[in-house]
Design a protein around this ligand. Structure first.
Ligand SMILES: Nc1ncnc2c1ncn2[C@@H]1O[C@H](COP(=O)(O)OP(=O)(O)OP(=O)(O)O)[C@@H](O)[C@H]1O
Length: 282
């Protein structure tokens, strides 16, 4: 694991003492001086953060530290009072198809079947007929819902609904997937299963993924990089590179060591209380 100094270029020293630029991945999302207020309440203060292409970045912090506000700012749902968000070098002006969102409370249309929910975005883009069917079949398969394509959301378990919500977001072909505590409402076993399934999907689809959680173990199991946030007002204090090799084990020494290290950061910095257990719900 490695603490980063920010979004700047990293340098590596070669055998001859010469400094050579390491390959730095391109930046998918750049957040610069982001400040968000709700009336007089300062929810985010001067947040700077780079998210790289294909990155799996977790925003980790206690309740009220501004994780959702930051995610919503990236989505374009929250207007910043100062600073800006760039996606692939262009300042965003609001929500757009290049960013897909998955919420904790599975945002599915209850009057549509799984298949029709998945087809909703592509249909709006003008896709129809066999191509539409192909898209819904592909994403149903990807999330393991082939047998439930004709079911309505109220006929599904929480885990199945969240799979459908992920498929619906992916069917829009976003470059960036934003997930706001997507597994927070699930029981511990389903949560672990979906974490593993999401990692498989991420490895296939290779989207840039920004994932909000208040669970240290979830962040350590899932993320390439972990942005540690603190409240009053919301800030990003550190960004940690998670170099534990994949596939990861929740019971490995390295996993425990990294969880412990992050826990200590929260304790020492009095950043706030957050969960070390994946089964604790928000
Ligand atoms: N619409 C709003 N109006 C007023 N205050 C808000 C609004 N949304 C969020 N806040 C406040 O802004 C701060 C940051 O909230 P936010 O939801 O971004 O934090 P969070 O880290 O995602 O919290 P949680 O983990 O509990 O979801 C909190 O103090 C919250 O009360």
């Amino acid at each position: 694991m490695q603490a980063e100094t920010g979004g700047g270029q990293m340098q590596a020293e070669t055998g001859g003492g010469q400094m050579q630029a390491e390959t730095v991945p391109s930046t998918a999302v750049r957040i610069v001086g982001a400040e968000a207020r709700y009336g007089k309440h300062l929810a985010l203060a001067k947040v700077d953060l780079d998210v790289y292409e294909g990155d799996f970045l977790c925003l980790l912090g206690p309740s009220g530290c501004g994780k959702t506000s930051l995610l919503n700012a990236i989505a374009g749902f929250v207007q910043l009072t100062s600073g800006y968000v760039e996606v692939k070098g262009e300042e965003i002006a609001g929500p757009a198809r290049d960013r897909g969102m998955v919420f904790q409370e599975y945002a599915l249309f209850p009057w549509l079947t799984v298949e029709k929910n998945i087809q909703y975005g592509p249909r709006l883009k003008g896709i129809c007929g066999a191509q539409l069917k192909e898209i819904s079949s592909r994403y149903c398969r990807l999330v393991g819902l082939e047998g439930s394509a004709n079911k309505y959301p109220n006929q599904l378990s929480g885990g199945m609904r969240q799979r459908a919500a992920i498929a619906r977001a992916l069917a829009n072909q976003p470059d960036i997937l934003l997930m706001d505590e997507p597994f927070g409402a699930l029981d511990a076993m389903t949560r672990q299963t979906l974490q593993e399934e999401l990692l498989k999907i991420w490895e296939i689809e290779r989207k840039t993924l920004i994932f909000v959680t208040h669970s240290i173990t979830e962040a350590v199991f899932m993320a390439d990089r972990i942005a540690i946030m603190s409240p009053h007002p919301g800030r990003v204090n550190h960004v940690i590179s998670n170099t534990i090799k994949r596939p990861r084990s929740r019971t490995s020494e390295e996993h425990f060591a990294m969880c412990r290290m992050i826990e200590m950061m929260f304790q020492k910095g009095a950043i706030g209380q957050l969960s070390t257990s994946p089964e604790v719900k928000s």
